[in-house]
Design a binder for this molecule. Structure first.
Ligand SMILES: [Zn+2]
Length: 83
């Protein structure tokens, strides 16, 4: 699998690190958020098939954060964008 970094061009997957699901957002009120909101953010996942937006980091390249849209069923890369 290769990712097409907007800065570096097509590169091997070993240059990148998957970090997290890009569709999730942290509870906005920080420490005041109810515990259940944090449990949902940290642990609860739908594990749905199909296209997913994910944060990736080009650790062995330009050190850019990327949003990769990937079909988690087929591993097809649909797009690579800058956040
Ligand atoms: Zn890059």
């Amino acid at each position: 699998m290769r990712l097409n970094c907007p800065h570096c061009g097509p590169r091997g997957l070993d240059e990148f690190i998957y970090t997290r699901d890009a569709a999730l957002s942290r509870p906005r009120d920080g420490g005041a958020a109810p515990t259940q909101n944090w449990i949902d953010y940290v642990y609860m996942r739908e594990n749905a098939a199909g296209p997913r937006r994910e944060y990736w980091y080009h650790s062995a390249g330009c050190h850019a954060w990327l949003i990769v849209t990937r079909n988690v069923s087929s591993h097809e890369i649909l797009s690579v964008d800058l956040p």
